[in-house]
Design a protein around this ligand. Structure first.
Ligand SMILES: Cc1ncc(COP(=O)(O)O)c(C=O)c1O
Length: 1022
């Protein structure tokens, strides 16, 4: 108590004597400064006034500070003249603006054009029941959807804990040693499993066998991925066709699906043994709900287990976004793709979570990375984990038993009409042979459509169906009567239904082991408790709800509420990705419009919305380039030039597309070394496939020579891939086509306002020039792509379709002129920030006119030299000021990359600059010896409340200096919940699951290894 009294006393004193006064601000006039409406009939709820932070007065003030009297003059000095496009290219004429209310009205109209048929199509997609407490408080809550990937764990403990719950849930249900914190979708997860099996043999064994019970979209994605790696993909009956000696000798892995796409539950334990005898891996795609009743793959010998977790409370959304899960055995963990959350401790020994084994990831290992995964599906993984927390093991099993029981009733009743179920061992999916009862499968489908039902189309003779949690008694009566009507049998009623006495799972494949024994899955089953748990976790996380997140290259802008609203409407949320075309007219219109807007913005000809992250877009775009070369008899072109400053996903994606990476130098000022590029392009001219360039570059530079660079590549037979992660600097000012590119991806989760979700979802569509359009990705169920299309790159035809609505709404509400204005203000905000910070920090790059692009790179190397202060010390100290640190140590290890975006007001930008300048002063005190080098506010940052309020305080600075270094923090303080986290300790003592009941009984988690792998290896072996 005494501690708290002391603290209150400190706070009530004038504790900010050392802080410099906040800069004089110009009065903010808000909307009063917005342009007057053109007529009485014009809307007043214009979105650009809400989206763009600075108002006209603030814009004028910033321009004046930079020495300009107009925005045009400023832009002219910032964006090279030769790449400028006419202002008409992206304007309100080309993309008209709608007000917020008009947009919602339009979305309603389009929603009505989607027909909400009840889909029993299955194939990995279900009608999930989203608990309202999760829908409202996670999916629709900016506290959960606006934070970034938890690279700053001290201000992200909430979602880190939730993601550990996800990992624990997957490990427990699959009975595997370790699981990651999600992948993009089930099919790409299977492709990652295949590559793990392949690289595990060091490329010596090249055959990967996929069972024909695997979903067709997964087989399609495997085909694309196998091509890049030169894997020989064989599809057949895994239980019958694997006897061949030559095949066995070259086998690196086998993929099975359990239950399979037709519903059969097969015993793969013998297969696991024989696959292991050849030295290959057994990969299993499965279903988490089924595993509450089925013997888990980890108990019958699978090495890798994966699937889609969406039926745990995530809407179908016409295909996504959903969180794929991925689990493996302990010995494979260092090859595992994707983010892994591990438990470590902070400097005071307090347990704390953080991203583990990051040295596996592409940003460190680049072309040697295990995969190119960067953004994954954190928000959806959190929803699925919370679903398991809410239901707990008992309710999950009840749900599974009901689904299974209903499926059994359907089988028995429908067989009574003469149809023949293809398998007698199933969980929730059935395939019926309809021959002998009706003319063909179409007879059953028409009967289903007449009842507002979609069944799975298998072939002329077979019809499939899959049940889920949403199915009630009335639904199964209707479903059964579809079959009755097609067979001209009298309809049944609910009173005719009789539960089966047996379960249709053979004894040896039934689950006997317990699952989810951990306290977290057994404590929050009332809505009150659940709500409190959700709020408890979210209170630990800093999102855009608190302050700006100025992460360079990440474009953390406003995710407007109006653009988020439509995607949880049932008309958009409850649509199966393989629903017939005439039921998805609303989605089709959204997709068509979004594709055309993205083409206008990039200057390209055609678009594919299928890739579900930026890195997936890179892989898709490079695969398109490869296919183009092949179509011209130049398939041997396999060299990809990539600047050393490129994002780690670039080289990792190039390798996945079968390309060999040759690095290109950059100058110290950030510009590409054109001489080196020329030399390398010439040297490899016979094999040059592509050049990847980020524009503006990752140094925050609008390179003048971009068109020259692209010409060098074209002259030597290559194609140019433009990484569009920085497109926010370009809209309406320049575009990737004008810069000289042939293909680019966009991160809709950056430039086009899809929230980052605490680590995903994302969408990474690609736009291409006309000559590449025929090669855009296809899909095995829903036709997409060009006439020479590459195979699918994602499970669903339009990837994470439901969130396309966000970017569609964003573009429509801003309109062309608003989009262009947003880019200009993004440039202005960054330049104003550069102006305020230079003089205090070393700005690493500016152009000849003194301008940066939409982000700025400051170099902190001098502080390391003078006082041993690292980038991380500044970053952690920023947390004490309530800010999310900028991107750290990338693209240069001693730098911070800062991107304010257009959504931040002058006041917020000044607040951030004030914080940075105050930290600079704190650093000065350390350099001059006023404060010790090893025990100071920067080295000890961040300061959580537990440290500030501790009985003991023996630091050479006061508590108020630690916690309230600026006046506004008294009003607006965000507390990190732990002190600085020890990364090395976490990797050396890898714990990736939540504590078990046994550990809870001990009251400690120290020293107890439970259902988590024991790791004695040292980090140096990574
Ligand atoms: C320049 C650049 N390229 C590519 C990517 C990859 O995008 P994603 O994380 O969506 O895979 C990023 C992500 O931060 C990036 O900054």
């Amino acid at each position: 108590m005494a501690v708290f009294r002391n603290l209150c006393a400190l706070i009530s004193k004038n504790i900010i004597h050392h802080a410099r006064p906040v800069q004089m601000r110009i009065p903010s006039r808000g909307l009063a400064t917005a342009k007057a409406p053109s007529s009485l009939f014009a809307s007043l709820d214009t979105f650009s006034d809400r989206h763009i932070g600075p108002d006209d007065h603030e814009v004028s003030h910033m321009l004046a500070q930079l020495g300009y009297d107009s925005m045009d003059a400023f832009v002219a000095d910032t964006v090279p003249e030769k790449i400028r496009v006419p202002s008409t290219s992206v304007s309100n004429e080309s993309i008209p603006a709608l007000s917020e209310s008009e947009l919602l009205q339009r979305a309603k109209e389009l929603g009505k054009e989607n027909k909400p048929f009840k889909s029993y199509i299955g194939m990995g997609y279900h009608n999930a029941v989203v608990p309202p407490v999760i829908l409202r408080n996670i999916m629709e809550s900016p506290a959960w959807y606006t934070p970034y990937t938890p690279y700053q764990p001290e201000i992200a403990q909430g979602r880190l804990e939730s993601l550990v719950n996800f990992q624990t849930m997957v490990m427990s249900l699959t009975s595997m040693d370790i699981a990651n914190a999600s992948l993009l979708d089930e099919s790409t997860a299977a492709a990652e499993g295949m590559v793990m099996a392949f690289t595990g043999t060091n490329g010596k064994k090249r055959t990967f066998f996929a069972d024909n019970g695997v979903s067709p979209q997964t087989i399609a994605v495997l085909k694309t991925r196998a091509k890049g790696f030169g894997i020989n993909l064989v599809v057949g009956d895994a239980l019958a066709d694997l006897k061949d000696d030559a095949l066995q000798a070259d086998l690196c892995g086998v993929l099975v699906q359990y239950p399979d796409v037709n519903g059969a539950v097969k015993d793969f334990s013998g297969l696991a043994e024989s696959v292991h005898a050849t030295g290959a891996l057994l990969v299993c795609a499965t279903d988490l709900l089924a595993l509450t009743m089925l013997k888990p793959p980890g108990e019958w010998g699978a090495d890798i287990v994966l699937g889609n977790s969406a039926r745990f409370g995530v809407p179908a959304g016409y295909g996504g976004p959903h969180a794929a899960f991925f689990a493996c055995t302990d010995k494979l963990k260092r090859k595992m793709p994707g983010r892994l959350i591990g438990r470590s401790r902070d400097v005071n020994g307090k347990p704390a979570y953080r991203l583990a084994l990051q040295t596996r990831e592409q940003h460190i290992r680049r072309e040697k990375a295990t995969s190119n995964i960067c953004t994954s599906q954190a928000l959806l993984a959190n929803m699925a984990a919370m679903y398991a927390v809410y239901h707990g093991p008992v309710n999950l099993q009840r749900i599974a038993q009901k689904v299974h029981g209903f499926t059994h009733i359907i089988k028995n009743t429908v067989e009574g009409f003469g149809y023949k179920a293809v398998t007698a061992q199933f969980f929730d999916t059935l395939s019926f042979d309809v021959s002998g009862v009706v003319k063909d499968a179409e007879a059953v489908h028409s009967s289903a459509l007449a009842a507002g039902i979609n069944l799975r189309r298998i072939d002329d003779r077979h019809v499939g169906l899959t049940l889920d949690e949403s199915v009630g008694t009335e639904d199964i009566v209707t479903l059964i009567n579809v079959f009755a009507s097609a067979a001209s049998r009298p309809p049944i009623s609910a009173s005719d239904l009789a539960a089966a006495q047996e379960i249709a799972i053979p004894e040896n494949l039934r689950r006997t082991s317990k699952f989810l024994p951990h306290p977290v899955f057994n404590a929050h089953h009332s809505e009150t408790e659940m709500l409190r748990y959700i709020y408890h976790l979210q209170s630990k996380d800093l999102g855009l709800t608190h302050a700006m997140i100025p992460l360079g290259s990440c474009t953390m802008k406003l995710n407007s509420t109006s653009s988020m609203i439509p995607l949880t409407w049932p008309e958009f949320a409850n649509i199966h990705p393989f629903a017939p075309k005439d039921q998805v007219k609303g989605y089709e219109q959204v997709i068509k419009e979004l594709e055309s807007y993205l083409c206008k913005i990039t200057g390209f000809h055609a678009c594919s919305l299928q890739p579900n992250s930026g890195a997936a877009g890179e892989y898709a775009g490079l695969s398109v380039i490869r296919a183009y070369h092949e179509s011209r008899g130049e398939g041997h072109r396999d060299i990809c030039l990539i600047p050393v400053s490129a994002h780690g996903t670039n080289p990792a994606s190039a390798v996945m597309a079968g390309l060999k990476v040759v690095p290109v130098k950059t100058h110290a000022d950030g510009n590409l070394d054109l001489e080196d590029l020329k030399a390398k392009a010439k040297k490899h001219k016979d094999k040059l496939a592509a050049f990847m360039i980020t524009y503006p570059s990752t140094f925050g530079v609008f390179e003048h020579g971009v068109q020259d660079a692209c010409k060098i590549i074209h002259d030597n037979g290559g194609q140019v891939y433009l990484d569009g992660a920085n497109l926010n600097a370009q809209i309406g000012l320049t575009n990737p086509a004008t810069c000289g590119g042939d293909v680019c991806h966009m991160n809709l989760h950056k430039t086009f306002a899809i929230p980052h979700g605490g680590g995903g979802p994302g969408v990474g569509p690609i736009c291409v020039a006309e000559h590449l359009a025929p090669f855009l990705p296809s899909h095995p169920i829903v036709p997409t792509g060009g006439d020479k299309a590459i195979n699918a790159v994602a499970a669903a035809p339009y990837g994470s379709a439901s969130i396309l609505l966000i970017s569609w709404a964003y573009i429509k509400m801003l309109g062309g002129s608003g989009l262009s204005e947003a880019s200009k203000v993004a440039l202005l905000n960054a330049n104003y920030m550069a102006h305020r910070l230079s003089g205090h920090y070393t700005l690493r790059y500016k152009n000849g006119k003194g301008r940066v692009a939409h982000e700025l790179l400051i170099d902190l190397a001098e502080f390391d030299k003078a006082a041993g202060l690292k980038v991380n010390d500044f970053a952690k100290r920023l947390q004490d000021y309530g800010f999310h640190p900028p991107t750290c140590s990338w693209p240069i290890s001693t730098c911070m990359l800062i991107e304010p975006t257009e959504s931040e007001t002058l006041e917020e930008i000044d607040r951030f600059c004030d914080a940075m300048i105050q930290i600079r002063k704190e650093a000065e005190d350390i350099i001059t010896g006023k404060q010790p080098k090893d025990n100071n506010v920067l080295k000890n940052a961040p300061h959580p409340i537990s440290v500030i309020a501790a009985e003991e305080w023996n630091r050479p600075y006061s508590r108020q200096t630690a916690a309230y270094p600026m006046p506004w923090l008294l009003e607006r303080k965000f507390w990190p919940t732990v002190s600085r986290i020890d990364d090395a300790y976490g990797d050396l003592n890898l714990i990736v699951s939540t504590i078990t009941l046994r550990q809870a009984d001990f009251g400690t988690d120290e020293g107890l290894q439970c259902d988590c792998p024991s790791v004695e290896e040292s980090a140096s072996s990574l």
